[in-house]
Ligand binder design. Structure first.
Ligand SMILES: *Cc1c(COP(=O)(O)O)cnc(C)c1O
Length: 390
């Protein structure tokens, strides 16, 4: 089978839009270009109906109701709205937040900002698999705690958090629980009621939808979960997020959610077996490699692999026809090795010798066969060169 090059194995950074998603979006760039907030004519009604259908589709993939969904420009904005918005609306009740050291920068940065604004922050450590200790979480919660934010699945090592247990601990103590589910939605079944989740952030482009659109789930109820708006003007999205809605992107997000619901089970097993074959065959040829993350509680599409004595940057340079990364795209600009890999106990050297593979439903057997050969040859070449120098 012919492989189309380069092979894309960086699906934690972004995913290929499903062609059916693109097709669903197209009319909203051309004849259906109305503003979903225009109440006085057909163009507006058509756009609004499309947005409301998408809201149902997006709500359904996390077991929420449509009125609990706020559309945003992506997970980064959702995370900022959740964290800064809850801090602002509950600061009279307390000024303590709890998170984990392995979170994405889009969580860590707003949390750090709040630290400069009079909040106290507990950053829970993780074990060698990337899991927090639930007893440490229990102990960290105090009278001042207003929010716990823990990611559903890690974007580097794929470890899945015990959401329901964390949710129950938070609910029992009257503390809000927010989760960054950007890597989890569409890859594992998620249910906000079962998980006792109060707020949940996610993004279309990590699930074969378009870039520039995401959602924040805020639980309804008495009282409802209500972060203070961070973007003002016009009162769109029930006042939580002003600005003209990106209708084509929202339509694509809805379609991506619908497809993910229909195809998740089937694609999960296929992707997991491709991932397992990748790891297994790399291990056959490079017996000293190390797979990071949790052995079982992990995303099916992830393999974070350390190749000791082979700098990841050099390995990547060696195989320009394979798209993989050393870690989160967002921190690739900084030369520091991954904070996640160091948090699970890797040395800086091992962290800098780690490749992150991210598969998707579009990954083929041919892609994996090709990648195995390329990675093995590249790691060996880099090692041979550094031996020659030493
Ligand atoms: C990609 C990602 C984000 C950022 O999402 P954007 O939609 O690109 O802003 C946040 N958290 C995690 C875990 C991610 O993987």
């Amino acid at each position: 089978m012919a492989v189309s090059l380069p092979v894309y194995l960086d699906n934690h950074s972004t995913t290929m839009p499903d062609p059916r998603v693109v097709e669903a979006m197209l009319p909203y760039f051309t004849e259906r270009y109305g503003n979903a907030a225009s109440r006085q004519h057909e163009f507006g009604w058509v756009a609004e109906a499309a947005v409301e259908l998408a809201r149902k589709q997006v709500a359904r993939i996390i077991g929420a109701t449509p009125s609990e969904i706020i559309f945003t420009s992506g997970a980064t904005e959702s995370l900022n709205l959740a964290i800064l918005g809850i801090a602002a609306s509950l600061r009279h009740r307390g000024r303590h937040l709890i998170t984990a050291v392995t979170e994405h920068r889009a969580v860590l940065d707003p949390v750090r900002y709040l630290e400069g604004d009079g909040f106290r922050v507990t950053r829970l450590p993780v074990d060698r698999f990337g899991l927090i200790d639930l007893d440490e979480l229990r102990e960290a919660i105090g009278n001042e705690t207003i929010l716990v934010t823990i990611m559903s699945a890690n974007n580097e090592i794929g470890t899945i958090a015990p959401l329901q247990k964390i949710g129950e601990i938070c609910r029992g103590r009257g503390v809000l629980f927010h989760t960054d589910a950007t890597q989890a939605v569409s890859r594992i079944p998620l249910d906000v009621r079962e998980g006792r989740i109060d707020l949940l952030s996610f993004s279309a482009h990590k699930m074969h939808g378009p870039k520039g659109v995401g959602a924040l789930f805020c639980r309804a109820g008495q009282p409802p979960v209500a972060p203070s708006a961070q973007i003002l003007g016009g009162g769109h999205e029930r006042g939580f997020r002003s600005g003209t809605l990106n209708v084509p992107a929202i339509v694509g997000f809805g379609k991506a959610a619908e497809l993910a619901i229909a195809e998740m089970e089937q694609s999960r097993t296929r992707v997991a077996s491709l991932r397992d074959r990748l790891v297994h065959e790399l291990r056959e040829d490079l017996d000293d490699l190390c797979v990071n993350g949790h052995p079982t509680e992990r995303l099916d599409n992830n393999a974070s692999i350390t190749f000791p004595h082979a700098k990841a940057d050099s390995v990547i340079m060696e195989m320009k026809d394979i798209a993989v990364s050393t870690g989160a795209a967002c921190s690739s600009a900084t030369p520091e090795p991954s904070h996640v890999l160091q948090a699970i106990g890797l040395t800086k050297e091992d962290a800098a010798s780690t490749l992150r593979f991210g598969l998707s439903k579009f990954t083929t057997e041919g892609d994996i066969d090709y990648a195995i050969g390329r990675v093995v040859r590249s790691v060996k070449a880099v090692r041979a060169r550094s031996m020659a120098i030493a």
